[in-house]
Design a binder for this molecule. Structure first.
Ligand SMILES: Cc1ncc(COP(=O)(O)O)c(C=O)c1O
Length: 337
């Protein structure tokens, strides 16, 4: 017997995280943009940023991609010639952003239980390499279990902490959303993400000066020409989609969570188990070992191996070989659509 009707409401085949009930509202926004003749740098970008800011309680700057926001933050910190700590169990975007910003990556191992940065290895690498900055990646949609200890350590040692929030839309813990522990958080709105604008990114930060710098960085430095960025502007059409999606975010994440807790958890006891009170955005549903049906692994190969670099990261190799993802997609077809 099925525990509820949730199976029908969530799809096992990939679906973009978009609620079809929002289609008419989105089309009305796009009509407005067409009529306004402002297709970029307009009110929808500001509205998307305000909505994201209200949700996170942090200054928010929209960009054309995750990379634009990441490079804006790294440029503000100025990591040229500096060491930046980085997990290897992540997407290549994370270490490549460091390389493009002129920094040197120092690899850090992950934990087996959360697939995210290991505090123990982080401290070891930080003591040895004296980094200027560090990346923590919230793998799979939950928050790195040791984020508080990592953030406290970085604050004491004056290490800039960047959170890669590409998977973490809708996650919450102890009254905070991803991006609130470090100096900045970088979101992706790529097509597969929990909510998407097709392409797009968002920088969140408590530092007003970093936010102002990012606004210049995304626009070839205009107007002050202090930040040597390129074109990472978001179009008004994308921003309007972002406005619609932000309002639906918590509902989409709650729908995935209900499906995970009611349908998947009883079937998969050997899964990532979250600490008390942590709410995952469920970008992925991660189990240890092999499972069918599966969408495969979060990442098939650690970044240091892709880049042909030697590093001793036993937990990273272990998690790569010992996990798989159960399909979990928001696929509601509402009658109002
Ligand atoms: C952990 C992580 N960081 C960064 C990115 C890059 O985001 P984008 O594809 O929007 O550039 C992704 C994937 O898309 C990711 O999974």
């Amino acid at each position: 017997m099925r525990p509820s009707g949730l199976e029908e409401k969530l799809s096992s085949a990939f679906r973009v995280g978009f609620d079809r009930r929002d289609t008419q509202r989105l089309l009305a926004f796009w009509e407005k943009i067409l009529a306004s003749e402002r297709w970029t740098e307009g009110p929808f970008t500001e509205q998307f940023e305000s909505a994201w800011q209200a949700l996170h309680g942090l200054r928010s700057v929209a960009t054309a991609s995750w990379a634009g926001a990441a490079l804006a933050a790294l440029n503000y910190i100025d990591v040229r010639g500096e060491t930046v700590l980085c997990p290897s169990n992540t997407f290549m975007a994370t270490p490549l952003s460091v390389a493009y910003a002129g920094g040197k990556v120092e690899w850090v191992d992950c934990n087996r239980n959360d697939l995210c940065l290991s505090y123990e290895d982080f401290v070891r690498k930080a003591e040895a390499s004296r980094p200027k900055a560090a990346w923590v990646v919230h793998i799979g949609g939950h928050i790195a279990f040791e984020i508080e200890k990592i953030a406290d350590y970085c604050r004491e040692r004056r290490i800039w902490l960047l959170e890669d929030c590409a998977h973490a839309h809708g996650a919450q813990w102890r009254g905070k959303r991803p991006g609130a522990w470090g100096d900045a958080g970088i979101y992706s709105f790529y097509a597969t993400k929990t909510i998407s604008t097709g392409e797009g990114g968002m920088l969140v930060t408590r530092h007003g000066a970093m936010a102002e710098s990012a606004k210049g960085f995304r626009n070839y430095g205009k107007p002050a020409h202090a930040a040597p960025g390129l074109n990472f502007r978001m179009s008004e059409f994308t921003a309007a989609l972002g406005v619609v999606q932000t309002q639906r975010l918590d509902e989409i994440a709650a729908g995935k969570r209900a499906y995970a807790e009611e349908v998947l958890d009883p079937q998969h006891p050997n899964r990532v188990l979250f600490p008390e009170g942590m709410i995952s955005g469920y970008y992925k549903y991660i189990v240890f070992g092999k499972v069918e049906p599966s969408t495969g692994r979060v990442y098939d190969k650690p970044c240091h191996r892709i880049m042909g670099q030697a590093a001793d990261l036993p937990n990273t190799d272990w998690v790569t070989a010992n996990h798989s993802c159960v399909p979990i997609y928001y696929g509601k077809d509402h009658p109002a659509a």
